[in-house]
Design a protein around this ligand. Structure first.
Ligand SMILES: Nc1ncnc2c1ncn2[C@@H]1O[C@H](COP(=O)(O)OP(=O)(O)O)[C@@H](O)[C@H]1O
Ligand SMILES: [Mg+2]
Length: 269
């Protein structure tokens, strides 16, 4: 029951403004997401990532600006937008008492799809959950649960999927599992808008990265394009590529209170 695909970018955001009372969260946000790409919206905690996702998912109204998903306007065609998307957040919608397979079958039934069992088995295979299919979801690890949640959100083949901090709270191993899942999505042509606070996640997964800071997109490009924003180091003997973290910190300046301790730097030279 997928909304028909329409020409143009999968997501188009122009001049988006949103305040909560006196707190101006979005002050004119613009970006496009190409169909079939993985786009990472990178920003610190409280930057406004979830606010953007909620506006795009028609759960929240913007104060000004326009946003379109799959060619449909979020303000004037919300039903078409909802048919075009799925939203997976940090808080999994998985029913703990049901098995992984039962969760998937339930959603397929709710969407009135033919052959819910076959849909469930296909997704279990794609997300490497076949062995755990009949176990209660309460016995799953954090990474398995998040994978099941993403699999559930794919039922009905929405062309656009929003993953709002899909790896928040996961251990590194589970995070890598979810990354593989996201790559698997994109390889099937699904457009993925991913929000993250993890620079490495954006660097690893995304075709394009936009940095949201103080209510605006202050950088938007491929990783290589973002790297060009930094002047090359001329006096180093070993060629060292800047990490996204270095680019991020250089772009936003020194006013960001983020604690970057514990993150690793990397030398690709
Ligand atoms: N319903 C709300 N009412 C008031 N303030 C909100 C509300 N939702 C979010 N905020 C505030 O707006 C800012 C952006 O929030 P959010 O979009 O959730 O950021 P992010 O997802 O990037 O962490 C934060 O300062 C947050 O506290
Ligand atoms: Mg958020």
């Amino acid at each position: 029951m997928t909304a028909q695909s329409i020409a143009g970018p999968a997501i188009r955001v122009q001049g988006l403004v949103k305040s909560y009372g006196k707190l101006e969260v979005l002050r004119g946000v613009d970006f496009d997401v190409a169909r079939g790409s993985i786009f990472a919206l990178l920003g610190s905690n409280g930057a406004g990532k979830t606010t953007i996702v909620r506006i795009l998912a028609t759960l929240l109204k913007a104060d000004a600006g326009t946003a379109g998903v799959n060619g449909f306007d979020v303000a004037t065609q919300p039903a078409n937008v909802r048919e075009s998307i799925s939203l997976t957040g940090q808080f999994a919608a998985v029913d703990e008492i049901l098995s992984g397979r039962e969760n998937l079958v339930l959603v397929a039934k709710l969407r009135h799809l033919k052959d819910p069992g076959a849909i469930a088995d296909d997704l279990l295979r794609r997300f490497s959950l076949t062995d755990a299919a009949t176990r209660r979801a309460s016995t799953y690890s954090g990474g398995m649960r998040r994978r099941l949640d993403i699999a559930m959100s794919l039922i009905g083949n929405p062309p656009v999927i929003f993953l709002d901090e899909p790896t928040a709270g996961l251990d590194p191993e589970a995070r890598i599992e979810v990354w593989q899942t996201v790559k698997e999505l994109a390889s099937h042509g699904t457009t993925v808008l991913l929000t993250t606070q993890y620079l490495g996640e954006a660097e690893h997964l995304a075709d394009r990265i936009a940095i949201l800071h103080q209510g605006r997109i202050i950088a938007n490009g491929t990783l290589d394009e973002l790297k060009q924003l930094l002047p090359p180091a001329t006096v180093e003997y070993v060629e060292k590529q800047p990490t996204l973290e270095e680019i991020f910190l250089a772009i936003i300046g020194d006013d960001d209170p983020r604690d970057t301790a514990g993150t690793t730097t990397r030398n690709r030279g």
